[in-house]
Every structure is written in C-alpha cells, then in structure tokens.
Design a protein around this ligand. Structure first.
Ligand code: BEZ
Length: 387
C-alpha cells in the first residue's frame, strides 16, 4: 500500500474509534416551548427542570442520541403561539417539541405538529381536543386531560354530600373543560351545578364573583386555577370569609407548587390530581431525592410531568434506535409501555393521553397529602379521536 493510501486508511479508522460518539450520530434537538414569564412561569420552569433531570440521569443521551436544547418563552399567549412554534420547527429545526402549559397555546402547537409531522410531547396542557379531534400518531401527552381531575372531583363532591355547587374558573379551554368534567360526574351522581362563574385568563379580580358566591350560599364550590392566579384565589377566598363556611374543592393545580405562598389559607383544602405528597413508592422516593439534589427544591406535579415527558421520549427513541422518523414504531412502543412514573405506573391510552389514578389530596402544612385514590385508572374518553 502506498504511504498516502495508508495514511488515509489510518485517518478513517481514527475517525470511527477516536471521535466522540456525539460526532458519529447527530444530536437530537429538543425544543422547549414553555411559559417563562407570566402567571404560569413557575410551571414552565419546573417542567424543564424535570425533563433535564431525566436526561441527565441517562448521561445526556436518549436512544443513543445526545440531547441538545433550544427554548422559546410562549408567555401563555395563544395569539403568539403559531409564530413561536414555527420558530422552533422552521428556524431551529427541532426534532421534538416539548410544550406547553396553557391549553390555548397547546392547540396551536398541536396543529403545527400535525401539519409539519414534528413529534410533540405535551408536558402539561390538558386541552381535551389535543387527544380528541386533533389526536395524531405524532402527538402525546405526559400529563392529564382537563377532564380527568374535574371528573374525579365530581364523584368526590357528590360522595361527600354536596348537592348544589357553584363553579368558578378562568374562561378558556382548561377552565371550561375542568368544570365540564366535574359537572359530568357530579350531575350523574344526582348533584346540580347551580351557577358557572368565570373571568378572562389571567385576570385575578375575584372579589365580585366571591360576593356572588356568598349570596348564593351553595353547598360547595369547585374551581380550576393554577400558578400565580391560584395563589391569589385561595387567599381571596379565605379573606372573603368563605373558607370556613363553603367547602372549596379544586383540580389539584389549585394547591400544587403554591403552598408556600398560600400558607394558612390553603390548609385543609381538598383537591384531586394524578400526583401528591406521601405516595411512598420507590420511583417517587428516588425522583424526589434526585430533584432535591439537583435543584435544592421539592418537586411538584409539573416537574413530574416534565420528567415523564423525557421518559416517554426515551421509550420511543429506544424502540426506533434513535431514528425519530420511524413514527409508527415510536407510537407503537409508547402505546404498549407501562411508564414507571413518580406518580405510580401509568399507560398511554389509544388517543395518547395517560390512563392513571387520580388521587384525593388534602393540604397539610406544605404538603398535598394523598389521602386516597379518588378514581382508579381513569382514562379520558378521547371523544372525537380518530387515529
Ligand atoms: C391548561 O391550560 O391546560 C392548564 C394550565 C395550568 C395547569 C393545568 C392546566
């Protein structure tokens, strides 16, 4: 062999054996589209932290591919959502979209994901349409549908003897669908929703509506609020003198990640959610210790949903050996998976929404203490989904 040929062969061998693995298979680009400002900012932050934690635990690689990140602040603003998601898909060429918190923004993301064939994993937003009429092979949720915690609380409220209930929420998909789930179960059990109160997202001028509740004197109130708005609502409800007279029931977002700010005003509140404190399973213990070590903070439901979004990506990527273009095989793997989550094991239903236990929790100190299972293995009906 001539000297020059020999050198070329040697260089080729070195390229395979000496170059880091990351240079051999291209990195997988994850685009976070989350709220990093506004009333849901803390929720976006916790989701990103949970996602990154799982990836770090796997040495920074999923399905053999090194993970890199880009991110966009969606400001929980549906009007900016299409532009924002297109930045990630068209400008940044992401392989996977991870987002978001707000249901209205998530619906724009789902449309873009469907139109462009980009994989989308939703780590919070419960918009029913996304795993209903908009469902698709490349769209998954690691969180819940808005209907699920509401439905579970409708059953709980009826069992606890409430007959006439007032609901209060923000007027957008999440609030409407949470109340819809509650009403469906509550009225099936013989109760009656006597008034549905709402205000535009993200307004927090609750006083006139609290005055109306005091005048109606229902047996209980059901509510959906989250983030900064939930903190203010719980405090205003107590300040209006309603806490000790009219039981307040909520989807668990009312008191998740918010207890430090709500303090005494949240004590004793009952909520329903797919995560809580004191679950006492091995996965949750390990997750909490790891999260605490990484961020010096206690994780909440949003952190769990971020962590599980990364776990779901790993399951799909492992099945296709990192080749994300194999969407049918990716989906098949997730549809068959049992996901070992800090919330307890869950599965992915035919419309790609989690089938999961919904817990009944009660606030005690800084904990949303799990006091029982409100509804076991609850599946969203997935109405209108045709895969
Ligand atoms: C939603 O918009 O779907 C949502 C936002 C915060 C908490 C839960 C749901």
């Amino acid at each position: 062999m001539q000297r020059r040929t020999l050198l070329a062969a040697l260089a080729a061998t070195l390229a395979v054996t000496v170059l880091p693995a990351s240079a051999q298979s291209p990195r997988l680009k994850v685009g976070f589209m989350l709220p990093y400002s506004g009333t849901y900012a803390a929720l976006g932050d916790a989701i990103e932290k949970g996602f990154r934690l799982y990836v770090a635990e796997q040495g920074g690689r999923l399905g053999g591919r090194e993970i890199e990140y880009v991110k966009v602040d969606d400001e929980s603003d549906p009007a900016k959502a299409t532009d924002n998601v297109n930045k990630l898909i068209k400008r940044d060429n992401v392989d996977v979209l991870v987002g978001t918190v707000h249901s209205g923004v998530a619906m724009a993301m789902a449309k873009a994901a469907k139109d462009n064939g980009t994989l989308l994993i939703i780590p919070n937003a419960g918009a029913v349409a996304v795993t209903g009429p908009m469902c698709a092979q490349n769209i998954f949720r690691s969180s819940f549908s808005n209907w699920q915690p509401g439905y579970a609380m409708g059953e709980v409220a009826a069992k606890r003897g409430a007959r006439k209930v007032v609901t209060i929420t923000w007027k957008y998909a999440a609030g409407d669908e949470s109340v819809g789930g509650f009403k469906e179960a509550f009225e099936k059990a013989g109760g009656q929703v006597v008034k549905e109160l709402s205000l535009p997202f993200p307004n927090v001028e609750f006083q006139p509506l609290l005055t109306e509740i005091a005048a109606i004197k229902p047996d209980a109130v059901y509510t959906f609020f989250a983030g900064g708005g939930a903190v203010k609502f719980v405090k205003d409800y107590a300040a209006a003198g309603l806490k000790n007279t009219i039981p307040l029931y909520g989807a668990g977002f009312l008191t998740d990640g918010t207890l430090e700010a709500q303090g005494a005003d949240a004590q004793g509140l009952l909520t329903t959610l797919h995560y809580g404190d004191g679950l006492d399973n091995a996965k949750d213990r390990a997750f909490r210790a790891s999260y605490q070590k990484a961020y010096s903070a206690v994780p909440d439901v949003y952190a769990v949903q971020g962590y599980d979004a990364a776990q779901m990506l790993a399951i799909g990527l492992n099945a296709v050996k990192g080749d994300i273009s194999k969407q049918a095989d990716f989906a098949k793997a997730l549809e068959a998976a049992k996901i070992d989550s800090p919330r307890g094991t869950f599965t992915i239903g035919p419309s790609h929404n989690p089938v999961q236990d919904i817990y009944l929790r009660q606030v005690a100190g800084r904990d949303n203490k799990v006091i029982g299972v409100a509804t076991k293995a609850l599946a969203d009906p997935g109405r209108g989904c045709k895969m």
